[in-house]
Ligand binder design. Sequence first.
Ligand code: GLY
Ligand code: MN
Ligand code: MN
Length: 459
Amino acid sequence: MTSWPSPTPPEALAGRRARLRERLRGPVLLASGSARPRNFPAAKYPFRAESHFLYLVGRPLEAAALVLTAEGEVLHVDPPHPDEALWRGETPTLDELSRELGLAVRPLDDLTVPEGAATLPPQDPEAARWLTEVLDRFVEEGSGRELTGPDAALADAMIELRLRQDEGALAQLRQAAEVTAAAHLAGMRATRPGLREARIRAAMEAEIVAAGMSPAYASIVTVHGEILHAERHDGRVAPTDLVLADVGAETPEGWAGDVTRTWPACGRFSETQRALYEVVLGAQERAIAAVRPGAEWREVHRVAARAIVEGLVALGVLRGDRVELAERGAAGLFFPHGVGHLLGLDVHDLEDLGDRAGYAPGRTRSQAPGERYLRLDRTLEAGMCVTVEPGFYVIPRILDSAAELGELAHAVDRAALARFADVRGIRIEDDVLVTATGSEVLTASVPKAPADVEAAMRG
Ligand code: GLY
Ligand code: MN
Ligand code: MN
C-alpha cells in the first residue's frame, strides 16, 4: 500500500518565496491559471495550476495570483461564491486559506499591481489574457519564448531555485516515485497476452488514482515501443510482444514521477528480447553510474550512446569499429532521443522556459544526430533530479531513410537486425537524484533486471 500524499509544509513554501525575493530587485506577479472548458463552459478539464505558482504556493488554487514585492507577499484569489457550495461542496474561506498557508490572502478585486511587475508566460491562454490586462502589456502564453528585462531576471531566478530540489520538493518527488513504482508493478502483474494495451494502462492508472494522485503526463502503454510517445492504447498484446510502459504519477501539488519499463507479454523474455534488453539495461546502468556532481550531462548521454553502440556491435547489428561508430553518432540510429531530462514539478522540468533552463548559459543545442534532442546540457549539481532513459528502437522512418542513415547505411547489418524481429522498442527509465557523492535512484524499487521483471509478472 502506498501512503496518501502529504502536502509541503507552509514554512518550506515561505522559504522558497523568501529565496526568490532575495534574488530579485523588482516585484513579481504570477498567475495560477484556470481550468479549460472542454465543450461548454461548465464542463472543464481537470485543473492543473501553473508550475511556478505551485512551486511558491503549493496549492492548486484556480484563478489565483501571487504578488511578491519588497514590502511583502499577498495571494489574491476570489472568495468562494455562495452557489459553489451547492455544486462543489464547501471550500476554505480566505481567512482559512491564509491560516493554512501562513500567507496574506485577499480577494482578486483588491489586487493592486505593482509598477513594473515581472511575470512568466503561463501555459494557460486565459491566464495570459488576464495578465495582459492587469499588467497593461502583452503577455504571450506558451513555451520557450524570448524573455526580456525583469521577466528574464525572474526566469533566471526561478531556474536557479528549481534546478536543485529542496527538502520539500524531494519529499514530493519521493511520494510520486513510490506511487509510480506501484503503478509499474500493477502493470506487470496485469499483463496477459490477448489483453488490449488499454487494460494494462487502466491497471497502472488505477494505482495512481487510488493513491490520490494523477498521471503526470499522457501514459504510454504500447506494444509499439518504437513510437516514442505512442498515444494509442487499442492494440491487442500478442504473446511475442514486448510491452513498453512509460507512466508516472503526479502529486496533488504537481511533482512528477517518470518511469519506463519494458516487459515481455508472455512473462518471459525470448533470447533475442533479452539480448537487446541487456544492452539497454547496461547502457542505463553505465549512464546512472556516471551521474555525480561535476559531471557533464552531455557526457552521461555519450556514456549511454557508447554502450548502445558497443552492445549492438557485439550482437552484430552494427558493424565497424565501435569507437569510430560512436563518434559518428551510430547510436542515434536506434536511440534517437536524449538520455533524459530534468524532473521536478514538470515531467520535463522547466521546459516551459526552453533551453534557457536546460542549457547552461552560453551553450546551444547541437544538431548532431542523436544529440539534437538533448534536453539538458549542464554540469550536474547535488540536488538536481534527472531521468536516465536510454532505449533501443527499430524506427522505419530512420532505418528506411537514406537521409537519416547517411554514411552509416553500411554500418547496419540488416540480416542481423532481422533476427531480432520480436523487438520493436525498449526503453528503461528511472528517476535519479544527484547527491553530494554520486546519485540515488528514487525509483529503484521498480523491477528492472530481466529475472526480477519476470518474477514481478508472476506476482
Ligand atoms: N514520459 C516522457 C519522457 O519520458 O520524457
Ligand atoms: Mn517517461
Ligand atoms: Mn522521461
